[in-house]
Design a binder for this molecule. Sequence first.
Ligand SMILES: NC(=O)c1ccc[n+]([C@@H]2O[C@H](COP(=O)([O-])OP(=O)(O)OC[C@H]3O[C@@H](n4cnc5c(N)ncnc54)[C@H](OP(=O)(O)O)[C@@H]3O)[C@@H](O)[C@H]2O)c1
Length: 262
Amino acid sequence: MTKVLLVGCGKMGSAMLAGWLDQGIAPADMVVVEPSAPMLPATVVTDEAAIPAGFDPDVVVLAVKPQVMAEVLPPYGRFKRAVFLSIAAGKPIDFFRTHLGQDAAIIRAMPNTPAAVRRGITVCCPGPGVDAARRALCQSLLEAVGEVGWVEDEALMDAVTAVSGSGPAYVFLLAEVMAAAGVAQGLPPELAARLARATVSGAGELLRQSADAAEQLRKNVTSPGGTTAAALAVLMAETDGFGRLLAEAVAAATRRGKELAG
Ligand SMILES: NC(=O)c1ccc[n+]([C@@H]2O[C@H](COP(=O)([O-])OP(=O)(O)OC[C@H]3O[C@@H](n4cnc5c(N)ncnc54)[C@H](OP(=O)(O)O)[C@@H]3O)[C@@H](O)[C@H]2O)c1
């Protein structure tokens, strides 16, 4: 059976843990290191020194905040057999090899917050020497909270972060500004917020379930000369439309990711 050591059980860690239990990983095969010592169906310890002697994980999932990662990592280098799966935003593979040992097997992953409802998407990038079996193990653990994709070129992780990592915030903003625009047209705020929420989540679900691309679904609701066409003429304007704005936003996030990585 797969033995999992989870380091950090906050928002992302607890979502993954719930998914692993559903996948059938036995509580006895999971050890969680979390200072706040939550009650969990796993062995929970408050620091690394208290990990039960003899627990030899197949995978160490690193789910603490990036800011504390450097001080947290060094003692975990003793788990020589394990693959280290980091979900920390912005921390490159070399950073983990520096703190865990140059031979450590690292997979860097970028999940997103819909993981909390098992509808996330995580993109992984393998470090040097990570074999197919370890990739498959990490993929299966991450599939507990949604879809999984891979890139071989780590430089692409900044663009991944800018699209899917930060992306949920763009969609929430869409719901916010859609509601505000409805209020500006005279709708009561509560109704406008409800319409925006249901429209964003309903359209998202339609996109998920449909075999059609987003472009086709958009065309399906756009009659020539109709109301949607009038709105899209504004949103799709070449110089100041939504496409241009989002391209700039994603470019800004990609640049910021590179800056933060140093
Ligand atoms: N949330 C997101 O949208 C998202 C998306 C993509 C990637 N990520 C990445 O996921 C990671 C976790 O994010 P999160 O949102 O789940 O943060 P979080 O809720 O703050 O969880 C981090 C947990 O780690 C614990 N911790 C602190 N020091 C520790 C130590 N020495 N050993 C073990 N655990 C320790 C914290 O406990 P205390 O609170 O008691 O300090 C906290 O419960 C981050 O690296 C983040 O970059 C998050």
